[in-house]
Design a protein around this ligand. Sequence first.
Ligand code: ATP
Ligand code: MG
Length: 420
Amino acid sequence: MSVFQAPRGTYDLLPPDSATYLAVREAIAAPLRNSGYGYVETPGFENVELFARGVGESTDIVTKEMYAFETKGGDRLALRPEGTASVLRAALEASLHKQGVLPVKLWYSGSYYRYEKPQKGRYRHFSQVGAEAIGAEDPALDAELIILADQAYRSLGLRQFRILLNSLGDKECRPVYREKLQEFLRGLDLDEDTRRRVEINPLRVLDDKRPEVQRQLTGAPSLRESLCEACRAYHQEVRELLTEEGVSFTDDEKLVRGLDYYTRTTFEFVHDGLGSQSAVGGGGRYDGLSEMIGGPALPSVGWALGVDRTVLALEAEGVRLDLPAPTSVFAVPLGEQARRVLFGVVTQLRRKGVAADFAYGGRGLKGAMKVANRSGARYAIVAGERDLAEGIVQLKDMESGEQSPVPLSAVVTEIEARLS
Ligand code: ATP
Ligand code: MG
C-alpha cells in the first residue's frame, strides 16, 4: 500500500519550520492581548446559513469556495471559510454586547477552509489570526486595529508591506452610489457571471482583477466623490489618526474586498514580495452584519491576517525570526547506571523549567553527541560509570567546546546559574 498524502491544497506544519508559524501567530496576537482584546474560540463548522447571510450570497466564498455538507442528522453545515461571522454569532448568542461596555473586543486564531485552486499562498486549509471590535462606531477603533496589525508585522521584522485604505460608504450614500455604478456597468461588455454580479453586488466588479474588465472601468463613477458628509468626515478622521501615529497608507479607491458585509473603512495589507497572492491580511468596518444575521444594530470593525502568507512574506524578505533553541540542555548517558541517573537529572531540570532532552535508544557517545548538537542545546551533560563512581558528571559547553566536571549533586543549580 502506498503512503497516504495530505489532501490537495493542504500541507503539514513540521519542525523546525512549524516553530516559525507558532511565532507568527504569537506576534500577531501579542499587540491584541495588550490592547484589551479577549480570546474567543468558535467551532470549526457552523450552520451554512450563517455564512450565506453573513458573508454574502454573491461572494466567491459562498458560491464557490465553501465546504458545505449535510450531516447524517440532516443539518446543513459548512467548514468555516472566515472568522467574522462566527465570532459575531458567538458574541450575539452569549449577549456579550449587553454585558459590559461596548465595544466587545475579541481576538481569535485558527484554521479556515476554502475550496480554491491551490497555488503558492492559496490553500484549501489555511490559518488566520483575527480581531473584531463589536458594537462601537468610532474612527479611533478603526485606526487602532490598523495600527495593531502594522505593529504586529513590524515586530516580525517585515518592512515591504503596504496598507491600502478605502471607505465604502454607509446605508445613506452606498445605495445611491450603487445605483449610479450599476447604470455604468450595465453599459459595458461583460460576461454573464459578471453581469449577474452587477445586479447583486456591483461594487465587487470594481475589484475584478481581469485586465479586460479593468480596462472598461476607467470612467466609472467615483465612490470617494459619492460619500455622504458623515462618511467623508469619519474617513478623514481615520486617516488623520493613522498619519499622526506615523502609520503610512495608500488611498485605494478600487479596494472593495470580497465580502459583502463591509461598510465605511476597508483596508488590506499587501506584501510586495508575494507575487499574485499579495494580500497578507485585510479587514474593515461591518456596520450592517449583525442585523444581517438576526442581531441588533452593532457597528463593528475587524481584520484577519493570514498566517501562511505572513510566513511566506518573511521568507520573501529573508527575515529569520530569532527563535530560542527548543532545547537548552541535552543529556548523554554512557551505560545503564548513567541512564538512570541522567534521566533523573533531566526530569529535575524540566521541573525547574529548563528545556532539557535526553539521548534515547542507547546510542554510543558519538551518535548521541550528534543528536545533542542537532538539538541546538547550549549544554550537554555526559556521564559514564567512572564519573558516577566519583560523584560527578561532565558538563560540556556546546558553543565553546569546553568540558568540565561538576558534582552530580550540584549540576542542576550549576546549569540554572549558567543559563540565567
Ligand atoms: P484573496 O484576495 O487573496 O483571495 P481574500 O480577500 O479572500 O484574499 P480574506 O478573506 O480577506 O482574503 O482573508 C484574510 C487573509 O487570509 C488574506 O489576506 C490571506 O492572507 C489569508 N487567506 C485568505 N484565503 C486564503 C487561502 N486560500 N490560502 C491562504 N491564505 C488565505
Ligand atoms: Mg479569496
